[in-house]
Design a protein around this ligand. Structure first.
Ligand code: ADP
Ligand code: MG
Length: 479
């Protein structure tokens, strides 16, 4: 018997195993895949299916809609923050005293700002992540976990997973309609955003450059996006290069056009460069700077990248911050309604308050460094240990303290290596995708496109898909 999806329905074990078997085959057939750690003969790539839930997970429609409804507001907010030098500098100055990675980004930002931005437009392919807080079960609310401004993945795989989930629901005879298991146009919107930016560059033969890691397990999500771009406009080529390739093979013309092995680049799309590991030597940093100085439209530009740092998100929760950028009171309300409290940990009296909160009640908070990509946050007793160890050190400046969100558990089956295939208590995180193109003075595109859900065992702290903490999922909307 399965009692996921809010209502009970009977599926015996034999049938369930049949559904599992077909779902796995379906995932492989549709390319809901990742690269396997093992290699085939002669180093060929082997694929395995991406971790997924067997069925969609229940999400209250009102909460989902609230997450969707504030996406255009958040797009605008991030864009404006990114163009406000004083806000960036004041927010990040204490982090910059201690965090080498942020210093590297800031150095690039400073150089291009002083030289004058070659390309006034930025492309944002954002993903705003939320959980539904159910600490007070009578008053559940959608709360923001973070907004991603760089390498926000899973738009392609998430779009395909809807097909798999409709298939598994059909197999067990669970009725649903399209308003419950929505079409997901995240992949289409993302590809469209890349092409729109390409069009604004106005060079028919120019290419789109995906900047990728040398080794990347999540390669199918990227490839689906590349092929989606191709299907929308077969005249636009996508190149894939690492930072090292760019260091060795890319150059800037006198008028700052970016050439990669002879091809002019219209759009640079970063799927790497959000973690210190991406910059082992000065060569990768030099390559990042070269991209930023070019005329190509960057996704994200360095200022968009900075605007997505965790420290900025903490500063935005302070009174007056959002209001500084967004004048429409209804939009401010929509944004602020999703915030939980966040605290600075900067060395000094203000930060001491955050330190005290974290030490006294670590299970009510998450401690976050300026990192992306999963696996960096601290939880529970590790927060106390960290804060006690760094009580008198500036190391604290690089972290922020965020109130913990407590989502209500659902039931589902996780189909992922290392997790028993059993009906389990799980919690989910919703991502909403946004596309934004604009310059300091002009907004060209502001739209919302599609969503993703990821689900993990109750009691797991992290939710990284790439890091294997969570499974890809689809919302089953209920009233
Ligand atoms: P990253 O950039 O590494 O993805 P996140 O801020 O998204 O950093 O945190 C990683 C994961 O930690 C999230 O996906 C979520 O599962 C969990 N998490 C982060 N913040 C909170 C929070 N305030 N409450 C509960 N869980 C959180
Ligand atoms: Mg995240």
């Amino acid at each position: 018997m399965a009692d996921c999806l809010g209502s009970k329905f009977h599926v015996d074990e034999k049938r369930l195993n049949e559904v599992l078997d077909k779902a796995r085959a379906f995932a492989l057939t549709k390319g809901i895949c990742m690269q396997s750690e093992q290699q085939g003969q002669n180093g060929t790539m082997l694929a395995q299916h991406f971790p997924f839930t067997l069925f969609p997970s229940v999400v209250p429609r009102t909460c989902f809609q609230e997450a969707v409804d504030c996406m255009l507001d958040f797009n605008t907010l991030i864009h404006k923050v990114a163009h406000d030098h004083n806000f960036l500098e004041n927010s990040l100055k204490n982090v910059l005293e201690v965090d080498e990675f942020t210093q590297g980004l800031w150095k690039i930002y400073t150089q291009v700002r002083e030289e004058g931005y070659t390309q006034p437009l930025s492309l944002g392919l954002f993903r705003n992540d939320f959980m539904i807080d159910a600490l007070d079960p009578d008053h559940i609310q959608i709360k923001q976990v973070e907004i991603n401004t760089i390498a926000a993945g899973a738009s392609s795989l998430g779009s395909l997973l809807v097909l798999l989930h409709r298939f598994t629901l059909d197999m067990i005879g669970k009725y649903y309609d399209k308003e419950e298991v929505l079409n997901n146009n995240a992949s289409l919107g993302t590809a469209w955003g890349l092409l729109k930016a390409w069009g604004l560059y106005r060079r028919k033969r120019a290419v789109i450059l995906f900047v990728v890691r040398e080794t990347e397990s999540n390669i199918f999500d990227q490839r689906h996006l590349e092929f989606k771009v191709f299907s929308l406009n077969p005249g636009v080529r996508v190149l894939r290069r690492t930072y090292l390739d760019i260091y060795n093979g890319a150059s800037l013309t006198e008028d700052k056009r970016l050439l990669v092995d002879g091809d002019e680049v219209a759009v640079v799309y970063l799927r790497a460069g959000y973690a210190p590991d991406d910059f082992p030597t000065h060569k990768e940093w030099d390559a990042r700077l070269k991209l930023e100085r070019s005329l190509a439209v960057k996704c994200p530009s360095i200022q968009y990248h900075l605007a997505g740092l965790k420290k900025i998100q903490q500063e935005l929760t302070l009174p007056g911050s959002v209001e500084q950028f967004i004048k429409d009171p209804a939009a401010v309300r929509r944004i602020r309604a999703t915030f939980v409290k966040q605290y600075s940990l900067d060395l000094g009296p203000e930060g001491d308050k955050g330190v005290e909160l974290g030490r006294n009640d670590p299970h009510m908070y998450v401690l976050k460094p300026q990192r992306e990509g999963g696996g960096h946050n601290l939880y529970g007793n590790d927060i106390r240990t960290f804060l006690e160890r760094h009580h008198n050190s500036k190391e604290r400046n690089a972290y922020t303290l965020m109130e913990r969100i407590f989502p209500k558990a659902n039931k589902n089956y996780l189909v992922t290596p290392g997790t028993p295939f059993a009906l389990s208590d799980v919690i989910s995180e919703i991502g909403i995708y946004g596309v934004f193109i604009g310059s300091a003075n002009e907004v060209k595109i502001n739209m919302q496109c599609g969503h993703m859900l990821r689900t993990k065992l109750l009691g797991t702290d992290e939710s990284g898909l790439r890091t294997g903490h969570a499974c890809l999922d689809t919302p089953f909307l209920v009233n």
